[in-house]
Every structure is written in structure tokens, then in C-alpha cells.
Design a protein around this ligand. Sequence first.
Ligand code: G6Q
Length: 552
Amino acid sequence: MKKKSKTSGRLRERPAWEALEEHYRKIRDLHLRSLFAEDPGRGERLTSEAAGIYLDYSKNRVTDETVRLLIRLAVECGLPEAIEAMFQGKKINVTEGRAVLHTALRAPRGERVIVDGQDVVPGVHAVLDRMAEFSERVRGGQWRGYGGRPIRNVINIGIGGSDLGPVMAYEALRHYSSGDMTFRFVSNVDGTDFAEATRGMDPEETLFIISSKTFTTLETMTNAFSARGWMLKALRHEEAIARHFVAVSTNAREVAKFGIDTANMFGFWDWVGGRYSMDSAIGLSTMIAIGPENFRLMLAGFREMDEHFRTAPFEKNLPVLMGLLAVWYNNFFGAQTVAVLPYDQYLKRFPAYLQQLTMESNGKHVTIEGLPVDYDTGPVYWGEPGTNGQHSFYQLIHQGTRLIPCDFIGFGRTLNPVGDQHDLLMANLFAQTEALAFGRTEGEVRAEGTPEGLVPHRVFEGNRPSNTILAGRLTPETLGKLVCLYEHSVFTQGTIWGVDSFDQWGVELGKALAKRIIPELESVEEPRLGHDSSTNALIRRYRSLKKAATRN
Ligand code: G6Q
């Protein structure tokens, strides 16, 4: 979508952008059928492999020239310098004046990353070591509840970046998780979330992890106080809190105010963004579930992909290629969304996790300098695991009127060999990407003896692009690599669009807005409302519904 506005105009004036616009006009009608027919080696050539992750991007509507021009655009937009600036701890989160150093969370001991004159790596490892020690004590039954019983239930209370990563990682790595412990996650301020998560739990055997960078987030603090009440109702002594609550936060003062001993607090730093924090102390629940050794393997996976992103030439660089392809469809084909389709049940929360990572990072309408953009920025990311999605929304991807680039993710081996199910699963993945790319022509449909009236309905035009990402097995290391792949793809996209991918003013607004309305819903007296007529009427309606419900 092209908007007319006063803008920086820089991106669209870049020579590579202009060349891409011209190139787009030339190739937009080229069909993947002919691209493959003309070049029998395409399916092996337009691929890249790094850190055990294989990316086949041949089923995209690109030629060698497209890739060349996209890489030129990346260079013109300063991607090589931006990558270095991020890894070196420069304050590239300009609107918040912060460094962006999730990469330091997986830096090996001994490496130096300097922020404000200080090497941050020793601090990272000190926290990891404390987390490991604590996790081992909980897992081994040495950390006991107030009544002396071992911990069997862990409930993480957090929201957004302090929830989505831990939930996704727990689900993804369930296979590696301690089988005799239960893990639950509470995020929503809807009391149902808390009630269901604690249902059937014995407080004496339950540990709450209160995960909040700021320790002031309304939802998390409300749930944390409910948890406190729930625990005290059962255990009756304030001292019990120290045995059943730990905190993950950057705000020691608020943690202490809540009543958690700061000795039981695991810290992180302002240079870790919420949506980039699953490998910081925010991953404490993950570490308790899978053990410190597996957690370190996950970090090693992140690290391998970090190194690849930092050092590989762009034409072989997986996150760069994926990021540039996203820009290609978003800005030239006008695609509005990207579907992420993992063919692995353990990755069922991966698309939800990516929604925050991608959309909170690049859902921006001004450049880093504060000038309105005159091009689209972050696309909508969404998805579900295959094959389930095939029986619902794939119809629209195959035959609808919109172009939806897809990322298919699959593994060579399953963690749960049940008959030949894994082959069936993967056969579906390959069949889908094939059908999307090549479709079925009128001729093919007729040749099958389809009644004439049904022919148009059964034609698939094809030419629907996809990436296929393959790895050996879903291990902690592989998960680290996959998450990191998307982190850096998002960074690549944000750098091209010239936005600050690391702030989230929209989220901050949301945090403030409800505060004004809460007393208007709670007050006994009819409040004087000063909103628009719709909001005023809705508040009045809610108040009377509430009253009626209390009477019944
Ligand atoms: C992430 C966002 C946001 C944040 C939550 C929770 O990048 O900033 O999702 O993680 O709002 O914030 P706290 O961790 O401070 O509770």
C-alpha cells in the first residue's frame, strides 16, 4: 500500500529499491512452473544450510537477480553495520536509549561485550549459574516448600515477553522435561487463567515464578497477589512466601516490596527486550523443566545461529535471506501476512510466540528518526501446526485471492515414533509446498475427467510462495537456532524499513489506558464519564450487567 504523506522518502529513493521496483514489474507474472522448468537445478541451488538448519527458498517468486538486488538493498540500508552495532552493544534501541543485546545472553564465558564501559558477559553467566543451582535444587527435591515437601508444581506468572517465550519453550521441549513435575503458565488478568492453573494444585508443593521485567505490569502483579493470597490461605504464615515464590525481574525494589526475598530473585538487564528474553532468567521455568544442561544446549543453538548471522555472506545467510524475502513480498507484492506452519505438534505455540516477536518489533509507522514511512512495515505473522491447518485455513492460501507467503518447518526424525506417522506428516508438508507452487492447471483438471462445471473450482493457479525449513530433530539446540533465525530475520526486516524494532510504545499505551477506566467500573456511585459516547454507553451497560448478575 502506498501512502501519500510527508516522509523521509529515503528507502524508496535508494537505487536498489528503484531497481527492485523495475525488476518486480518484469517478473511479477513469472510462474514458479516456468522458473523450475527453465532451471532444473533450482531446487538445490536456491537453498542454504547453516548450523544444521536447511532452508529451501527455491519455491519463492524470485530469480537470481531478485536475490542480488535484495542483497544490494540490504547493503544500501546499512545492514552489515547494523549487525555489528547490535552485537557490539551500541544503543540501537534509540527511542529508549538502550543497547540491544539478547546476543550477549548466549555469549560464551570469556567473551567480552562492553556496555557503558562494562563487560556484561560475566553477569550473564553469574545469573545462569544461580539459575542452574536453583533449578537443580528444585528438580532434585532439595528445595522444599514451607511444610518440608518437595516442589512438584511450577507456575510461571508473567505476560507478553515474560510469558510467551516460556510457554512456547516449555511446549516445544516437553519431550526433555522432567516428567514428575507439572508446569503451568498464568498470563491473563482474566481470573479464569489463575483459577484453572491452580486447580487441583497442592499449595505445599507449588512454586510460583513471578516473571516481570518491570515488576509493575498490572496483569502480572494482580495475578501475583492472587497467588500470594492463595498460598497464604493454605499455609497461613508469611514466612511461607519465601519458600514458594521467586522472582525474575530487573526491579529489585519492587520485588522486595512484594515480599519476595531478593536472594530468590534472578535478574536481567534493560538491554534485554521482553520479546527477546526467553533465554535470559525469564527462562527459569524452562530451565527447571528441562534441566540446566539442556538449557545450555539451547543457548549454544542460539549462539551458533548468532555467529552465522554475524559472519556468513548475505547470499548464504539464513536470517538475512528470510528477512529479505519477507520484505520482497510485503513491499513489492503487497502481501499483508506471513503464515508459519510447523509440522511438529511440539511447536504448537511457535506461531503465537513469533507473532509477538515479529509484530511488536516491526509494527511501526515511523522511522527511527521519527519520520512517517511511505511503505508498509511489519506484516501480520500467524499460523498453526500442520497438518491441522490443512483442514481449515489452507483453502484460502491455495485458492483465495490473497498472496500469503508461508514458512513450512519440518524435521527428519520425530521424537515420538508412532507407526509411520512421521512419514505421513512430512509427506503432507512436501505435498503442500508442491501444490502451492505448481497448482493444477485447467488441462490437468480436465484430464482427470472432471465435469466441465467443476473445472474452474478445481483449478489451482499455484505460484504461491513458500520457504521450507528442515532440521534433524527438535532438540533444545534446534529450538535455539530456530528462534534465533526469526529474531535476526526480524532485525533484517526492521533495518531495511529503518524502524526501531526494539521499542513498543503501543504496548506502553495499553498499560496506561485501562487504569483510567478501572475506578469507573468499580465505584459504587454512578461515575461521571468523560469518554466518547460509545465507551460511555458500554461502561454503563457493563455496570448494569454486573448489577443484574449479582442479583441473580
Ligand atoms: C515485550 C514487551 C511486553 C512485555 C510485557 C511484560 O517486548 O515489552 O510484551 O514483555 O508487557 O512486561 P514485564 O515483563 O515488565 O511485566
